[in-house]
Write a protein that binds this ligand. Sequence first.
Ligand code: CO
Length: 458
Amino acid sequence: MTQITTADVVITSPGRNFVTLRLTTADGITGLGDATLNGRELAVASYLTDHVAPLLLGRDAHAIEDTWQYLYRGAYWRRGPVTMAAIAAVDMALWDIKAKVAGLPLYQLLGGASRTGALAYGHASGRDIPELLDSVREHLALGYRAIRVQTGIPGLDSVYGVAASSAGGGERYDYEPARRSAQGTPVRPVEEVWDTRAYLRHVPTVFEAVRSEFGPELPLLHDGHHRMTPREAAQLGKSLEPFDLFWLEDCTPAEDQAAPRYVRSQTTTPLAIGEVFNSVFDYQTLITERLIDYVRSAVTHTGGVTALKKLADFAGIYGVKTGFHGPTDISPVGHAAALHLDLAVHNFGIQEYMRHSEATLEVFRTSYRFTDDLLHPARRPVWASSSTTTPQPASCIRPPACRSTGCATGPCTTGEHGARPSVSAATDRTARLRTARSPGRATCRQRSPGLDGAGALN
Ligand code: CO
């Protein structure tokens, strides 16, 4: 038996917030798990620190399934994004440890590679069609072989999923997948005006322009962001059939598993749903009735590698493929875990991949690669030993909902939050609560907190 001896919850904010669980065994082996739930980071940090970490000490690090069931069934309250993100972090860290002990990259323990790398799609967007076409060109130049297409809608000031401005200078268009308003305290969600009829009129013209510019072969995706009724979604699906989409994502509110029945009966456009789900049960109707073509869950938000492997296998029985969620609010640790599943499961479809910022990659140094137009997890099990002692640029906890550029460049103090909260966090009520409740757990560091992604998971 390999006992778990320490469980540390580490919160960092290299431009955005990440919560990471680091487990260490009596043999000194460490494993990392991603617990980042965007906009609710401290809820998961508290769940882990106050309720889960004490239960892990002394348990067998190799008993992954048993520990998963212990945490899932033992809490009385099952499922939910906070619970499942916490369980996911434990599960990922334990798989990381097991892979390291075995001396094999994780995908080998999951059955071995079914492919040489994972097809990835990137996010092209523009406020209008010419800007969008430029963005598609930039993504093709970066090596993407599949592209999600989103644009502004005439008459609407801004639309979620579309970059507010061009980065300029030939750089890619950037956008924040979980943005919040930059103004005021408390930080509030962004509110937008929406017009479904204008959207339904405009989107087919966008795909017509993209197809005429880039031809019929390029796999194209589109995200409806849960905005449509079944009738509206059916109308969009039908109108996009001539453009042969790879998928239409989240066309109806995802929590309504009956909604896609009507959409499915009306259109042959492939459907993808599930990035806000947190358990296999959220898919039960969707999969068994074959109402969708792709499951969109993330390792980080759906209970970890153990749960997502079961979901992929369940989906595979019904001919449903994977298309795992991969925004920048999933840390490189969570992303790495997904890549091992991508390589191993037979019913892989595609992997969403938004590149992390340079600031994030200074804290989480990954060893997965995007080369030859595919994503590749590391083929080696070794944990990069040098990283834990290498000084890193300052990173600092910031208020959990604060992701604006202004806050990201705010001051960062040193030392333990238990002793001295950071300047930016000190003005935030939740940060003060966290500091008072769990001193020494949530740590603001000037050095890398040992979050090298170049481990067995990566
Ligand atoms: Co989406």
